[in-house]
Ligand binder design. Sequence first.
Ligand code: PAF
Length: 288
Amino acid sequence: MSRLVRTAAELHAATDKGRRAVVMTMGALHEGHATLIRTAREHAGPDGSVAVTVFVNPLQFGAGEDLDRYPRTLDADLIVCQEAGADVVFAPSVDEVYPGGAPQVRLSAGPMGDVLEGAVRPGHFDGVLTVVAKLLHLTRPDVALFGQKDAQQLALIQRMVADLNFPVEIAPVPTVRETDGLALSSRNRYLGEADRGTALALSRALRAGEAALDGGPDAVRAAASAVLAGAAGATPPLELDYLALVDPATFAEVPAEHTGTAVLAVAARVGTTRLIDNVPLVIAGARS
Ligand code: PAF
Protein backbone atom coordinates (compact mmCIF):
# COMPACT_ATOMS: atom_id res chain seq x y z
CA MET A 1 0.00 0.00 0.00
CA SER A 2 1.23 3.54 -0.68
CA ARG A 3 2.12 5.01 2.70
CA LEU A 4 -0.01 7.96 3.85
CA VAL A 5 1.97 10.69 5.62
CA ARG A 6 0.67 13.97 7.01
CA THR A 7 3.84 15.88 7.95
CA ALA A 8 6.99 16.98 6.16
CA ALA A 9 9.11 15.11 8.75
CA GLU A 10 7.32 11.81 7.99
CA LEU A 11 7.65 12.49 4.27
CA HIS A 12 11.41 13.05 4.49
CA ALA A 13 11.87 9.81 6.44
CA ALA A 14 9.89 7.92 3.77
CA THR A 15 11.76 9.37 0.74
CA ASP A 16 15.35 9.49 1.94
CA LYS A 17 17.09 7.48 -0.77
CA GLY A 18 17.39 7.22 -4.56
CA ARG A 19 15.94 9.51 -7.20
CA ARG A 20 12.84 11.35 -5.99
CA ALA A 21 9.88 12.01 -8.28
CA VAL A 22 6.80 13.96 -7.21
CA VAL A 23 3.29 14.39 -8.63
CA MET A 24 1.37 17.31 -7.12
CA THR A 25 -2.41 17.05 -7.02
CA MET A 26 -5.48 18.40 -5.28
CA GLY A 27 -6.89 14.87 -4.98
CA ALA A 28 -10.03 13.51 -6.68
CA LEU A 29 -7.59 11.43 -8.67
CA HIS A 30 -8.46 9.95 -12.07
CA GLU A 31 -6.69 8.12 -14.89
CA GLY A 32 -4.88 11.34 -15.87
CA HIS A 33 -3.23 11.43 -12.43
CA ALA A 34 -2.54 7.69 -12.61
CA THR A 35 -0.65 8.30 -15.87
CA LEU A 36 1.39 11.03 -14.13
CA ILE A 37 2.21 8.64 -11.27
CA ARG A 38 3.18 5.78 -13.61
CA THR A 39 5.43 8.19 -15.55
CA ALA A 40 6.93 9.36 -12.23
CA ARG A 41 7.71 5.72 -11.41
CA GLU A 42 9.64 5.43 -14.69
CA HIS A 43 11.59 8.60 -13.81
CA ALA A 44 12.40 7.42 -10.26
CA GLY A 45 13.29 3.86 -11.21
CA PRO A 46 12.81 0.86 -8.93
CA ASP A 47 15.26 2.18 -6.30
CA GLY A 48 13.92 5.73 -6.20
CA SER A 49 10.76 7.06 -4.61
CA VAL A 50 7.51 8.43 -5.98
CA ALA A 51 5.57 10.84 -3.78
CA VAL A 52 2.08 12.14 -4.58
CA THR A 53 0.92 15.28 -2.80
CA VAL A 54 -2.82 15.66 -2.13
CA PHE A 55 -3.60 19.18 -0.99
CA VAL A 56 -6.55 21.42 -1.89
CA ASN A 57 -4.73 24.74 -1.83
CA PRO A 58 -6.99 27.55 -0.55
CA LEU A 59 -4.62 30.19 -1.97
CA GLN A 60 -5.48 29.39 -5.58
CA PHE A 61 -9.27 29.65 -5.22
CA GLY A 62 -10.92 33.06 -5.64
CA ALA A 63 -13.99 34.29 -3.77
CA GLY A 64 -17.05 32.47 -5.10
CA GLU A 65 -15.00 29.62 -6.60
CA ASP A 66 -15.50 25.95 -5.71
CA LEU A 67 -13.04 25.57 -2.75
CA ASP A 68 -15.73 24.22 -0.42
CA ARG A 69 -17.31 21.87 -2.92
CA TYR A 70 -14.01 20.72 -4.46
CA PRO A 71 -14.17 16.90 -4.22
CA ARG A 72 -12.18 15.36 -1.34
CA THR A 73 -11.84 11.60 -1.85
CA LEU A 74 -8.68 10.55 0.01
CA ASP A 75 -9.61 6.84 0.47
CA ALA A 76 -10.20 6.41 -3.26
CA ASP A 77 -7.09 8.50 -4.03
CA LEU A 78 -4.93 6.13 -1.98
CA ILE A 79 -6.09 3.21 -4.12
CA VAL A 80 -5.25 5.10 -7.35
CA CYS A 81 -1.79 5.94 -5.93
CA GLN A 82 -1.17 2.36 -4.87
CA GLU A 83 -2.23 0.88 -8.22
CA ALA A 84 -0.16 3.41 -10.18
CA GLY A 85 3.00 2.70 -8.15
CA ALA A 86 3.37 5.61 -5.69
CA ASP A 87 5.42 4.92 -2.55
CA VAL A 88 4.14 7.79 -0.44
CA VAL A 89 1.06 10.00 -0.37
CA PHE A 90 1.66 13.33 1.36
CA ALA A 91 -1.72 14.75 2.41
CA PRO A 92 -0.88 17.64 4.74
CA SER A 93 -3.35 19.81 6.61
CA VAL A 94 -3.68 23.49 5.74
CA ASP A 95 -1.78 24.22 9.00
CA GLU A 96 1.12 21.95 7.98
CA VAL A 97 1.54 23.83 4.67
CA TYR A 98 0.76 27.31 6.04
CA PRO A 99 1.75 27.11 9.74
CA GLY A 100 1.68 30.89 10.14
CA GLY A 101 -1.71 31.25 8.46
CA ALA A 102 -2.10 32.57 4.93
CA PRO A 103 1.43 33.54 3.83
CA GLN A 104 2.24 37.24 3.63
CA VAL A 105 5.06 36.67 1.15
CA ARG A 106 3.85 35.05 -2.07
CA LEU A 107 5.12 34.42 -5.56
CA SER A 108 3.89 36.63 -8.38
CA ALA A 109 3.21 34.91 -11.70
CA GLY A 110 3.95 38.12 -13.63
CA PRO A 111 2.36 39.06 -16.97
CA MET A 112 1.86 35.43 -18.10
CA GLY A 113 -0.28 34.95 -15.01
CA ASP A 114 -2.66 37.78 -15.95
CA VAL A 115 -3.97 36.38 -19.26
CA LEU A 116 -6.45 33.59 -20.12
CA GLU A 117 -7.00 31.61 -16.89
CA GLY A 118 -5.37 34.45 -14.94
CA ALA A 119 -7.73 37.05 -16.45
CA VAL A 120 -10.80 34.97 -15.51
CA ARG A 121 -9.32 33.94 -12.13
CA PRO A 122 -7.30 36.91 -10.78
CA GLY A 123 -4.56 35.82 -8.36
CA HIS A 124 -5.05 32.13 -9.22
CA PHE A 125 -1.53 31.57 -10.56
CA ASP A 126 0.11 33.49 -7.69
CA GLY A 127 -1.58 30.95 -5.39
CA VAL A 128 -0.55 28.01 -7.59
CA LEU A 129 3.11 29.09 -7.81
CA THR A 130 3.29 29.82 -4.07
CA VAL A 131 2.07 26.33 -3.15
CA VAL A 132 4.13 24.60 -5.85
CA ALA A 133 7.26 26.38 -4.55
CA LYS A 134 6.40 25.31 -1.00
CA LEU A 135 5.67 21.72 -2.04
CA LEU A 136 8.94 21.58 -4.01
CA HIS A 137 10.79 22.62 -0.83
CA LEU A 138 8.85 20.12 1.28
CA THR A 139 9.17 17.16 -1.12
CA ARG A 140 12.71 17.96 -2.43
CA PRO A 141 12.25 16.07 -5.73
CA ASP A 142 14.77 15.50 -8.54
CA VAL A 143 11.86 15.58 -10.98
CA ALA A 144 8.29 16.92 -10.71
CA LEU A 145 5.65 15.88 -13.24
CA PHE A 146 2.78 18.10 -14.41
CA GLY A 147 0.01 17.49 -16.95
CA GLN A 148 -0.19 19.41 -20.23
CA LYS A 149 -3.95 19.72 -19.67
CA ASP A 150 -3.12 22.74 -17.46
CA ALA A 151 -0.84 24.20 -20.12
CA GLN A 152 -0.62 27.72 -18.69
CA GLN A 153 0.08 26.37 -15.19
CA LEU A 154 2.81 24.11 -16.61
CA ALA A 155 4.40 26.99 -18.55
CA LEU A 156 4.39 29.19 -15.43
CA ILE A 157 5.94 26.46 -13.28
CA GLN A 158 8.65 25.93 -15.92
CA ARG A 159 9.24 29.68 -15.94
CA MET A 160 9.38 29.89 -12.13
CA VAL A 161 11.90 27.04 -11.96
CA ALA A 162 14.07 28.69 -14.64
CA ASP A 163 13.75 32.27 -13.34
CA LEU A 164 14.37 31.36 -9.69
CA ASN A 165 16.87 28.49 -10.21
CA PHE A 166 14.92 25.75 -8.50
CA PRO A 167 17.10 22.60 -8.63
CA VAL A 168 14.42 20.35 -10.14
CA GLU A 169 13.53 18.96 -13.56
CA ILE A 170 9.94 19.67 -14.66
CA ALA A 171 8.58 16.83 -16.82
CA PRO A 172 5.40 17.55 -18.85
CA VAL A 173 2.95 14.66 -19.39
CA PRO A 174 0.40 14.66 -22.27
CA THR A 175 -3.33 15.09 -21.56
CA VAL A 176 -5.32 11.89 -21.06
CA ARG A 177 -8.74 11.78 -22.76
CA GLU A 178 -11.88 9.67 -22.66
CA THR A 179 -12.49 7.73 -25.89
CA ASP A 180 -14.98 10.44 -26.94
CA GLY A 181 -12.26 13.12 -26.59
CA LEU A 182 -13.24 14.72 -23.26
CA ALA A 183 -10.07 15.65 -21.36
CA LEU A 184 -9.96 13.97 -17.94
CA SER A 185 -10.55 16.41 -15.08
CA SER A 186 -11.53 16.13 -11.44
CA ARG A 187 -14.42 18.46 -12.27
CA ASN A 188 -15.91 16.07 -14.89
CA ARG A 189 -17.70 14.28 -12.04
CA TYR A 190 -20.02 17.30 -11.76
CA LEU A 191 -21.27 16.80 -15.34
CA GLY A 192 -24.67 15.19 -15.89
CA GLU A 193 -25.37 13.29 -19.12
CA ALA A 194 -26.65 16.35 -21.02
CA ASP A 195 -23.79 18.53 -19.67
CA ARG A 196 -21.32 15.98 -20.91
CA GLY A 197 -22.78 16.09 -24.43
CA THR A 198 -22.27 19.87 -24.47
CA ALA A 199 -18.80 19.62 -22.87
CA LEU A 200 -17.55 17.50 -25.78
CA ALA A 201 -17.60 20.69 -27.89
CA LEU A 202 -14.30 21.73 -26.23
CA SER A 203 -12.28 18.82 -27.60
CA ARG A 204 -14.22 18.91 -30.90
CA ALA A 205 -13.29 22.59 -31.29
CA LEU A 206 -9.62 21.80 -30.66
CA ARG A 207 -9.69 18.98 -33.20
CA ALA A 208 -11.38 21.28 -35.75
CA GLY A 209 -8.67 23.89 -35.13
CA GLU A 210 -5.96 21.28 -35.57
CA ALA A 211 -7.53 20.09 -38.83
CA ALA A 212 -7.40 23.68 -40.16
CA LEU A 213 -3.65 24.04 -39.42
CA ASP A 214 -2.64 24.38 -43.07
CA GLY A 215 -4.65 27.62 -43.29
CA GLY A 216 -2.56 29.33 -40.58
CA PRO A 217 -3.62 30.96 -37.28
CA ASP A 218 -6.78 32.70 -38.52
CA ALA A 219 -8.11 29.48 -40.06
CA VAL A 220 -7.36 27.58 -36.84
CA ARG A 221 -9.25 30.15 -34.74
CA ALA A 222 -12.19 30.29 -37.18
CA ALA A 223 -12.61 26.50 -37.32
CA ALA A 224 -12.54 26.13 -33.54
CA SER A 225 -14.87 29.13 -33.03
CA ALA A 226 -17.46 27.66 -35.40
CA VAL A 227 -17.74 24.51 -33.25
CA LEU A 228 -18.03 26.53 -30.04
CA ALA A 229 -20.65 28.84 -31.57
CA GLY A 230 -22.74 25.78 -32.40
CA ALA A 231 -22.51 24.52 -28.82
CA ALA A 232 -23.69 27.90 -27.48
CA GLY A 233 -27.13 26.86 -28.77
CA ALA A 234 -27.04 23.38 -27.17
CA THR A 235 -29.02 22.30 -24.08
CA PRO A 236 -27.46 23.11 -21.69
CA PRO A 237 -25.54 25.82 -23.55
CA LEU A 238 -21.78 26.15 -23.62
CA GLU A 239 -20.77 29.52 -22.16
CA LEU A 240 -17.38 30.41 -23.55
CA ASP A 241 -14.80 32.14 -21.35
CA TYR A 242 -12.10 32.24 -24.03
CA LEU A 243 -10.70 30.60 -27.12
CA ALA A 244 -7.11 31.62 -27.79
CA LEU A 245 -4.22 30.61 -30.01
CA VAL A 246 -1.15 31.56 -28.02
CA ASP A 247 2.62 31.46 -27.95
CA PRO A 248 3.60 28.68 -25.49
CA ALA A 249 6.42 30.81 -24.04
CA THR A 250 4.27 33.85 -23.16
CA PHE A 251 0.63 32.80 -23.55
CA ALA A 252 0.12 35.96 -25.64
CA GLU A 253 -2.16 35.63 -28.70
CA VAL A 254 -0.11 34.81 -31.84
CA PRO A 255 -0.41 37.09 -34.90
CA ALA A 256 -1.98 35.91 -38.20
CA GLU A 257 1.46 35.42 -39.76
CA HIS A 258 2.81 33.31 -36.85
CA THR A 259 4.63 30.08 -37.66
CA GLY A 260 6.10 27.54 -35.25
CA THR A 261 4.73 26.24 -31.97
CA ALA A 262 1.44 27.46 -30.53
CA VAL A 263 -1.20 26.32 -28.04
CA LEU A 264 -4.90 26.38 -28.91
CA ALA A 265 -6.62 26.84 -25.54
CA VAL A 266 -10.28 26.96 -24.58
CA ALA A 267 -12.23 27.50 -21.35
CA ALA A 268 -15.99 27.35 -20.94
CA ARG A 269 -18.77 26.74 -18.47
CA VAL A 270 -21.39 24.04 -18.81
CA GLY A 271 -24.02 24.63 -16.15
CA THR A 272 -22.03 25.36 -12.99
CA THR A 273 -18.95 23.43 -14.11
CA ARG A 274 -15.96 25.22 -15.58
CA LEU A 275 -13.79 23.22 -17.98
CA ILE A 276 -10.48 23.93 -19.74
CA ASP A 277 -8.69 22.12 -22.54
CA ASN A 278 -5.89 22.77 -25.02
CA VAL A 279 -3.85 21.22 -27.78
CA PRO A 280 -0.22 21.97 -28.73
CA LEU A 281 0.20 22.81 -32.44
CA VAL A 282 3.03 23.46 -34.89
CA ILE A 283 1.99 25.97 -37.56
CA ALA A 284 3.97 25.64 -40.78
CA GLY A 285 2.47 28.73 -42.47
CA ALA A 286 -0.73 29.34 -44.43
CA ARG A 287 -1.01 27.65 -47.84
CA SER A 288 -3.03 29.67 -50.34
O1 PAF B 1 -2.94 21.20 -10.90
C1 PAF B 1 -3.27 21.12 -9.71
O2 PAF B 1 -3.90 20.15 -9.28
C2 PAF B 1 -2.87 22.23 -8.74
O3 PAF B 1 -2.93 23.47 -9.35
C3 PAF B 1 -1.48 22.00 -8.10
C4 PAF B 1 -0.36 22.04 -9.13
C5 PAF B 1 -1.46 20.67 -7.36
C6 PAF B 1 -1.20 23.12 -7.08
O4 PAF B 1 -2.16 23.16 -6.09
